[in-house]
Design a protein around this ligand. Structure first.
Ligand code: GLN
Length: 542
């Protein structure tokens, strides 16, 4: 039987519950346990696919094509394990299933209610990921006190009752604010939040406290007393330079031992060397900075490009540099000059026509000035449009996403996409094979001729223009053979200009950077070195 850890959040949102859950998963994995991860989101959308990244952050795509919460990205990166569709569910999915059952007559004669019908469906989904797992870690989205999360918390409470308290652990992540005027850390918001949990019938076993300042033993004892947990179950989660340090920070406080004790689990392994090694590499990479210009739409909201940021960090760790991501509003007057001085330009995925012309300009500057360019999904489409306009001379070339009437639709919908009327979960999603051409930058990076990568897009390179593009010099180095779709483009007379129709960022890991990100940063470093050969610069390379 699997044991369960429920991770809830209190006081405010964005406390890093996902990082906490992932770090616990990692620790337990290093203690030799099989760990399954699950995120439940209390909103009514069936998945985050139709939401604006401003509201929800990046949409993370799994191998099997589920559009999920960005925390699944943390789970994959921390645990080095692929997540799948059942690892994330929403209130929308739960209600959709229950209502469909009701319509089929599966509850004939009964009044369908939140308790037990909705909570039963939630529990089914808690159990659906437990196969082969010693421990299932369930992260409950939202903040305790929200109306929306109540059925999820009620289901979590019922699990404790059904499985027994030795088999279920409740961990509450909370905030201990520091009041500058009185120079004091305040426990009251946490007391209230734990009070709310108790009203629902959940007594947390462990409290993880986010705070700017270290917690004194006295404060831990006080908090423990008010929240009815021993002082050693009050764990600190201070701000750290790298999220990959968090499992070590917890381990040093004995959190893994606490969890094993509370869940009556015994293990013999305790090798954290892998994390120490990563931590050493992260520290070594923190001394030199490399700027990378990111020409995206959501400059003010970093979570919108979470996996891209992480993949860049991983590549930086590999090369021993800290990546400083510089967001650029490509339509601003100063953008061309910033772009011209940049050692690396990345155009990430995106939807809609805002800022498109600025991104096309970014690709043009990168191509002409031989600045390393990496295009992700939309970034490939931008590269294609730019090439068609400037090299082929098709001035009005565009994607039909931005101009449905364009004379030269170099990016267009496939016939099957033209039929689509529902917007949810109907893009080309998930993992597809890609054949790589030898002698290209892509082959150099991957070192093999068949790879597979994850997708999330509707539009494709229009094969009607393929011959002309190739004759003009565009290299098509990756294709999805079954449908003859263009997956990777690159340029010949350029140090590193490569764009992909897929999202490689989802598969990058801290200890194993994605090969394309690795080579992009390699090329960027070379460019940076060439442009800044002055010995006075702090960034020096042998
Ligand atoms: N908007 C483009 C499409 O739908 C690109 C999508 C993306 O970058 N993820 O094809």
């Amino acid at each position: 039987m699997s044991k369960y850890i429920f991770v809830t959040g209190g006081v405010v949102s964005s406390l890093g519950k996902g990082i906490t859950a992932s770090s616990i998963g990692k620790m337990l994995q290093l203690r030799g346990l099989q760990v399954a991860m699950l995120k439940c989101d209390p909103y009514i959308n069936v998945d985050p696919g139709t939401m604006n990244p401003f509201q929800h952050g990046e949409v993370f795509v799994t191998e099997d094509g589920a559009e999920t919460d960005l925390d699944l990205g943390h789970y994959e990166r921390f645990l080095g394990k692929d997540m799948h569709r059942p690892n994330n569910f929403t209130a929308g999915m739960v209600y959709e299933t229950v209502i469909a059952k009701e319509r089929r007559g599966e509850f004939l004669g009964t009044t369908v209610q939140v308790i037990p019908h909705i909570t039963d469906e939630i529990k089914n989904r808690f159990r659906a990921v437990s196969k082969g797992a010693d421990v299932v870690i369930v992260e409950v989205g939202g903040t305790v006190g929200d109306i929306e999360s109540l059925p999820f918390l009620e289901a979590a409470r019922q699990m404790g009752l059904e499985l027994g308290r030795d088999n279920v652990l409740y961990l509450h992540v909370t905030l201990i604010p520091f009041i500058k005027a009185s120079e004091e850390l305040k426990t009251k918001p946490t007391q209230h939040s734990v009070g709310k949990l108790r009203e629902i019938g959940i007594n947390p076993d462990i409290i993880v406290c986010r705070s700017e300042k270290p917690l004194s033993n006295e404060l831990k004892t006080k908090l423990g007393l008010f929240c009815s947990v021993p002082a050693e179950s009050v764990i600190e989660a201070p701000d750290v330079d790298s999220i990959y340090e968090v499992p070590l920070v917890f381990h040093k406080q004995g959190l893994d031992d606490q969890i094993l004790m509370l869940l009556r689990l015994r293990t013999h392994s305790k090798d954290f060397e892998e994390l120490n090694e990563l931590s050493r590499k992260v520290k070594a990479a923190s001394k030199k900075e490399l700027p990378v210009t990111l020409a995206g739409k959501y400059a003010d909201y970093k979570d919108a490009y979470k996996s891209v940021n992480e993949a860049l960090i991983h590549a930086g760790i590999f090369h021993g540099v800290k990546i400083r991501i510089e967001f650029i509003e490509t339509s601003s007057a100063e953008a061309p000059n910033i772009l011209k001085g940049s050692p690396a330009i990345l155009v990430p995925g995106g939807f809609g026509d805002r800022g498109i012309e600025g991104k096309i300009l970014a690709a043009k500057i990168a191509r002409e000035r031989k600045i390393p360019y990496f295009g992700l999904c939309l970034g490939l489409q931008i590269g294609v449009i730019e090439y068609a306009r400037d090299v082929l001379g098709l001035q009005e070339a565009n994607s039909t996403e931005f101009n449905p009437k364009t004379k030269y639709p170099v990016i267009d919908l496939l016939p099957e996409q033209k039929e689509v009327s529902n917007m949810g979960a109907t893009m080309r999603l998930g993992s597809y094979d890609c054949a790589i051409k030898k002698g290209t930058l892509a082959y150099k990076a991957y070192g093999k001729t068949l790879i597979s990568e994850r997708h999330r897009h509707r539009y494709e390179f229009n094969n009607k223009f393929r011959k002309d593009m190739e004759e003009a010099g565009l290299v098509i180095s990756g294709t999805y053979a079954a449908k003859d779709l263009v997956e990777i483009i690159e340029l010949k007379d350029h140090p590193w200009f490569l764009a992909v129709q897929f999202h490689p960022e989802f598969k990058s890991r801290p200890e194993n950077p994605h090969p394309l990100f690795r080579d992009f940063i390699g090329a960027a470093l070379k460019k940076y070195r060439e442009d800044n050969s002055s010995p006075s610069l702090s960034l020096t390379y042998d």
